[in-house]
Design a protein around this ligand. Structure first.
Ligand SMILES: [Zn+2]
Length: 108
């Protein structure tokens, strides 16, 4: 595809994402939408990814969460994914390869 590697972290530094992020924080009154915390580091949680770039996701799929709630939400999601793959008969070895690729990228 492209010769320049753009990581997800790079994309989150993009001004278009920074602006979108601020809009969502303002909409959510700078409070975690799960626990109500206002004085913790806030993250934007994607409930769904739409489009190629993080800022293309419609606002309704973006949620302000504190770091702790975000961690819980993300882990819950992995539990659901692992459960679904288990139910589909995918072996744990394959499941963890998928997860490793998600976290650490594709080995070249
Ligand atoms: Zn929270």
């Amino acid at each position: 595809m492209e010769s320049v590697v753009t990581t997800y972290g790079d994309l989150l530094k993009d001004p278009r994402w920074q602006r979108k992020r601020l809009e969502i924080f303002q909409r959510d009154d700078f409070a975690c939408q799960h626990c109500g915390a206002k004085h913790k580091t806030l993250n934007i949680h994607h409930t769904k990814y739409v489009g190629e770039y993080p800022w293309q996701t419609p606002d309704k799929y973006l949620l302000t969460l504190c770091e702790d709630s975000h961690k819980i939400e993300t882990n819950l999601k992995w539990c659901d994914i692992i459960q679904a793959l288990d139910n589909a008969g995918v072996t744990r070895t394959v499941v963890f390869k998928i997860i490793q690729r998600y976290f650490f990228g594709t080995p070249n």
